[in-house]
Design a protein around this ligand. Structure first.
Ligand code: SF4
Length: 307
């Protein structure tokens, strides 16, 4: 050995150093490590059952593409039926290349793929929604439409669970942001398989990548030849999440394992939270029939406003 960095498990050349695990890993051991954590998370939270029809939210970005590949390999041992669902928000220059990747990757793996666009369902692309509006309004419009459309699409397709590509960074940021905004009920609703909103109008969401840091998902994608597009949404607004993200990364650098500890604390708090949060009584939107807690859902209200 001549001063290189070597795998802690087999002494081959290492491709990554994981400070929180106090180890270095070669390509083979690192990929196995990612795959094991994905499977363990699915088992630990009993996320999936044999034979279920599982939707995969596939934007074509690195997280959802890696999720697609991992779900595909899992579906061989735990028979599952898969359908990839892409939401095209209608953002010129940003979304079309990832929609193309989504289509290609699903085809490569033989997974049924469906694309739904804001423009065809709501009559407005994000580009048209944003005309004359301040940039910081974008994500709230986009988020409301996306959640609504994903749920609607899942129900149309008969999907029983929806897997989304939220990674450890996304989850730990969300936990901190809910605490900082003093939104404990929102925090308790977050995570797990279905959260506390149990209603047949909502398709339960699962996050099988929640124990995998973002940077490891990127590396896994590169090592496995899964295409990645490094492009940021032109409407991405430097909001609280970006600050939390930068500070969490700094903390992780200084105190390896911080993100895991935030996730684990959150999971423990969820287990012991007493009394259990009350179930929310849901109504159904008078316009579109989707679950909501008022007469008209947030999505239909936005469309009305745009009309
Ligand atoms: Fe939508 Fe905001 Fe994400 Fe852009 S950054 S895709 S506007 S949620």
């Amino acid at each position: 050995m001549d001063g290189g960095i070597f795998c802690s498990f087999c002494k081959s050349e290492a491709v990554v150093t994981l400070a929180y695990a106090n180890s270095c890993m070669c390509k083979k051991h690192f990929c196995e490590y990612v795959e094991k954590r994905f499977r363990r998370t699915v088992r630990e939270f009993s996320m999936l059952k044999k034979g279920e029809l599982v939707g995969i939210g596939l934007s074509g970005g690195k997280d959802s593409s890696v999720l697609l590949h991992l779900m595909h390999s899992l579906s061989k041992s735990l028979p599952l039926r898969l359908v990839a669902i892409t939401i095209d928000e209608g953002i010129k220059g940003y979304r079309p290349p990832t929609v193309k990747i989504a289509r290609q990757e699903a085809k490569k793996l033989g997974i049924m793929h469906k694309t739904y666009s804001f423009a065809s369902v709501y009559g407005y692309s994000m580009d048209s929604v944003m005309k004359g509006k301040p940039q910081e309004a974008a994500c709230s419009y986009c988020g409301v439409f996306r959640r609504h459309l994903l749920n609607k699409a899942c129900k149309e397709l008969g999907v029983q669970k929806l897997a989304i590509g939220h990674n450890l960074d996304d989850v730990s940021q969300t936990v901190l942001m809910n605490i900082m905004r003093n939104e404990p009920m929102r925090l308790l609703r977050f995570g797990g398989v279905a959260g506390i909103i149990e209603d047949e109008g909502f398709v339960p969401r699962i996050k099988p990548l929640m124990r995998i840091p973002e940077r490891e998902i990127g590396l896994y994608a590169i090592l496995k030849g899964i295409p990645i597009k490094f492009q940021e949404c032109p409407y991405a607004y430097t909001a609280m999440r970006q600050t939390v993200r930068a500070q969490l990364n700094e903390m992780e650098e200084k105190y390896p394992g911080t993100k895991f500890r935030i996730l684990n604390s959150f999971l423990e708090i969820k287990k012991i939270a007493k009394p259990p949060p009350p179930k929310e009584r849901l109504k159904y939107c008078e316009k579109c029939g989707e679950p909501t807690n008022s007469k008209i859902c947030a999505c239909c209200k936005l469309v009305e406003k745009l009309d």
